[in-house]
Design a protein around this ligand. Structure first.
Ligand code: BES
Ligand code: MN
Ligand code: ZN
Length: 495
């Protein structure tokens, strides 16, 4: 998709489709008023017919509109003008894009210069539009014989908002499109089946991104190198699998070489059978999504390289497959983590934390400014939050606030759970320094407590995306969350 800022009154724009906003009960935006005037009250008539009344997300296409140069006029319902915040604006844009993408229009112009979104700038609108245009045109085709048709539109233009610098709007369109591409990359990796998207596949994907950008160096460590590093906990998860585990290291340099980086750590369990603590059969296919944390890290790294963010960032992925076999780790086995703490594996299905703890220890070498791990870690997070928000647990209150705020702006929200020390004793073990499960209660918190023992040397946040990373049911598929949140967070950091 191509994006541009295009100057001109709504009636002079020559596009396959021009989109204007109509408010609830037929209040016309400036651009809609102009279109109404040149079309002999064409819009007013539609509103009076009540076919279209401007409720939020409603759309209506008029073909060959009178008085306009464009072939189609798309009316988008904006809902109540006073309630136009980031969330509603996004719903409106989503609906508008869906309507154009369902048509054969090859180009679309959004005449939304007069739009005023609460707490957000015109640049935000441009960024969001481009991001959503990218994500709305994603199609999964890899393993289908009949490929779904790509959207017809290949050009999206926007009117320049009054008072906004054209350059900043163009930049916003570029970042939105890079974020959308990062989201789609994460979705795609998530959607690929476990027999394609193996640890080696994730490693190749990361390496390909490294080859594309001179600012990015990618290293892949195999099992031999990881045993030399004494990553006994991570390796215990892949012990039962024929697929070799990989530690993927992506180092992006957008600032001076000695500027300390921010580190992202992704859980990359390319399939989670539960291991010897085997999961039940129902819905087990969805455990191919257990690498969505890793996918989000890879997506973010591709995006930040494209955006040339002026900071240093390291993306780390622990990629493993969790399988039962005669060589698999058994309940009761005790493994030695890279940090030197022994772990009693009471349940081989609590494998994500076993992977992450060694990768967190690996992260220490960077003396990071912050570390954020992203993981589909617990079913309890799904029970607590459902799919709308990712769970956030952190050892730093300021980082918590920052992430909540970035979540609101990116509409990729997170919400905190307590990481109080009262929960820590649930992880006591009679035979090792720590057990890998904390019993049936407070599962998301005890999982984070486990990780916190390996995150004492830096500012750290843990995002449990078990509920937000994919949709189940008829719309089954990865969401690409929390790529947008993380890019927002990193964009706000300074070297
Ligand atoms: N990948 C799962 C978590 C999960 C389950 C995410 C269902 C989304 C939907 C994780 O590895 C796991 O199995 N966690 C266990 C931990 C338990 C054994 C302490 C869980 O949540 O049941
Ligand atoms: Mn598991
Ligand atoms: Zn898992």
């Amino acid at each position: 998709m191509k994006y541009s800022i295009k100057v001109g009154a709504a009636d002079k724009i020559n596009s396959d489709c021009i989109a204007v906003v109509v408010w609830n009960k037929g209040g016309l935006s400036e651009e809609a008023q102009l279109a109404d005037k040149v079309s002999n009250k064409g819009i007013s008539k539609i509103v009076r017919s009540e076919d279209f009344t401007g409720t939020l997300g409603q759309t209506h296409i008029v073909y060959n509109p009178i008085g306009l140069k464009s072939k189609r006029l798309l009316l988008i319902g904006g809902g109540e003008i006073k309630k136009l915040d980031a969330k509603n604006a996004s719903r409106m844009l989503t609906a508008g894009l869906k309507a154009v993408f369902a048509s054969n229009a090859a180009s679309v112009h959004f005449a939304v210069a007069s739009l005023n979104v609460k707490d957000e700038t015109p640049a935000w609108v441009c960024q969001r539009l481009a991001q959503e245009a990218e994500t709305a045109s994603y199609r999964y085709n890899t393993t289908k014989s009949t490929k779904s048709k790509a959207v017809s539109a290949n050009l999206i233009s926007v009117s320049p908002s009054k008072g906004a610098r054209r350059k900043s709007l163009e930049e916003a369109l570029k970042s939105g499109s890079a974020i959308g591409a990062g989201i789609n990359r994460a979705r795609h990796l998530g959607n690929l089946p476990g027999n394609i998207c193996t640890p080696s596949y994730l490693a190749d994907e990361a390496a390909a991104i490294g080859n594309k950008h001179s600012s990015m160096k990618v290293k892949i460590l195999g099992e031999k190198q990881m045993s030399r590093l004494k990553m006994g906990s991570l390796l215990s998860v892949s012990a039962g699998s024929a697929e070799e585990a990989k530690l993927i290291v992506m180092e992006y340099k957008g600032a001076k070489a000695d500027s300390k980086p921010h580190v992202l750590v992704g859980k990359g369990v390319t399939f989670d059978t539960g291991g010897i603590s085997l999961k039940g059969g129902g819905g087990m296919d969805e455990m191919k999504f257990d690498m969505c944390g890793a996918a989000s890290v890879i997506g973010v790294m591709a995006t930040v390289a494209q955006l040339k963010l002026p900071i240093n960032i390291v993306g780390l992925v622990g990629a493993v497959e969790n399988m039962p076999s005669s060589t698999a780790t058994k309940p009761g086995d005790i493994v030695m983590s890279m940090a030197g703490k022994t772990i009693e594996v009471l349940n081989t299905d609590a494998e994500g934390r076993l992977v992450l703890c060694d990768v967190l220890t690996y992260a220490e070498r960077y003396q990071p400014r912050s570390v954020i791990d992203i993981a589909t870690l617990t079913g309890a997070a799904v029970a607590t939050f459902g799919s709308h928000v990712s769970a956030l647990l952190s050892n730093d209150d300021k980082l918590t606030e920052e992430l909540i705020d970035c979540g609101k702006r990116s509409l990729d929200r997170v919400w905190p759970l307590p990481l109080w020390e009262e929960y820590q004793p649930l992880l006591n073990s009679n035979f090792a320094d720590i057990a890998n499960i904390g019993g049936p209660r407070a599962g998301t918190i005890t999982a984070a407590c486990f990780l916190s023992r390996f995150a004492e040397k830096f500012k750290w946040a843990h995002l449990d995306i078990a509920g937000s990373a994919w949709h189940s049911g008829a719309q089954k598929g990865a969401t690409g969350r929390p790529v947008a949140l993380l890019v927002e967070y990193l964009s706000q950091q300074k070297a």
